[in-house]
Design a protein around this ligand. Structure first.
Ligand SMILES: [Fe+2]
Length: 289
């Protein structure tokens, strides 16, 4: 599957399996030599790595897979089959009019470790949620493309996928999707949170649930981060506008739910418990604010 503006073979693969899980997430590297550099990098970190031949993932050239320091199975590839982008094929657009895979939000029990690892991979920092008094990092947004993020980290049990997010052209696409969900009488089971405006990222958002897929965010209108002088925006964990700029409460399930991972052999990745989350510091473990 791919979005309308994507010109690569795919950005998402769905496979039938015995349980819902993320088998791997991938990043494209800039040159063919970077695939070899990535293999050496993860070898030197002591990570388990695996070279895979071109075509092992349909549409992908030679790639390297590794279990990274956070416990995620990742795939790094350069060569990808190009296809015709459909950005102006308005006659074909339907549903939420998905343009591209925008970002993956990772649930991790140790956000500073995740931040440090992705910094070394060359990711920039756009925004954080911190407890300024206790000097504790609860969440971080990091980018390679020149938007707010490609990955974000949310403090919680992990390693797990907190959500995956797809970008749509404009906020009206999100309103239209909500109308479609309502017309199908699926609002109770499908709409988890939103629509709303994030404080962090400034994006307009909707979180949806569908069967046992990871929580899915429909996302639009964040901002440009490509200026080399871009400075991170830091939010206090007690600022209620951080997750919703209009102050609407975050539903409990949003902090609690995440999807598991598979390792290189397809076995479930163990999860480390992290009882402290943003929810426990801002609302309390009993759910009462
Ligand atoms: Fe997100």
């Amino acid at each position: 599957l791919r979005g309308y503006e994507e010109f690569i073979h795919h950005s998402v693969t769905l496979r039938e399996g015995p349980e819902a899980a993320c088998a791997r997430m991938g990043f494209r590297v800039r040159t063919p030599e970077d695939v070899d550099r990535a293999a050496r990098y993860f070898d030197e970190l002591g990570c388990r790595t695996q070279r895979v031949a071109a075509g092992t993932t349909p549409g992908f050239g030679e790639a390297v897979r590794a279990i990274d320091p956070l416990g995620f199975t990742i795939e790094l590839v350069h060569e990808i089959e190009h296809v015709e982008p459909l950005v102006q094929r308005y006659d074909l657009r339907r549903g939420a009019s998905i343009n591209r895979l925008d970002h993956i939000n990772i649930a991790t029990p140790d956000v500073p470790v995740a931040f440090d690892y992705y910094s070394k991979l060359g990711f920039g920092l756009s925004e954080t949620i911190e407890d300024f008094d206790e000097k504790k990092l609860y969440a971080a947004w990091m980018f390679r493309k020149q938007t707010v993020h490609d990955v974000a980290f949310t403090l919680g049990s992990g390693p797990m996928i907190h959500h995956i997010a797809f970008a749509v052209p404009e906020s009206h696409n999100i309103f239209s999707l909500c109308d479609t969900i309502g017309a199908l009488d699926l609002q109770a089971s499908v709409i988890e949170r939103g629509p709303g405006r994030h404080g962090v990222s400034n994006a307009f958002y909707l979180y949806i649930l569908f069967h046992d897929a990871p929580t899915t965010e429909i996302y639009t209108t964040d901002y440009f981060t490509g200026d080399p002088g871009h400075q991170p925006i830091r939010w206090d964990v007690h600022d209620e506008r951080r997750r919703d700029f209009w102050g609407n409460a975050v539903v409990p399930s949003w902090y609690l739910a995440a999807s598991g991972l598979l390792d290189l052999d397809g076995h479930p990745t163990p999860v480390h418990d992290q009882p402290v989350t943003e929810r426990t510091v801002t609302v309390g473990a009993d759910g009462l604010g």
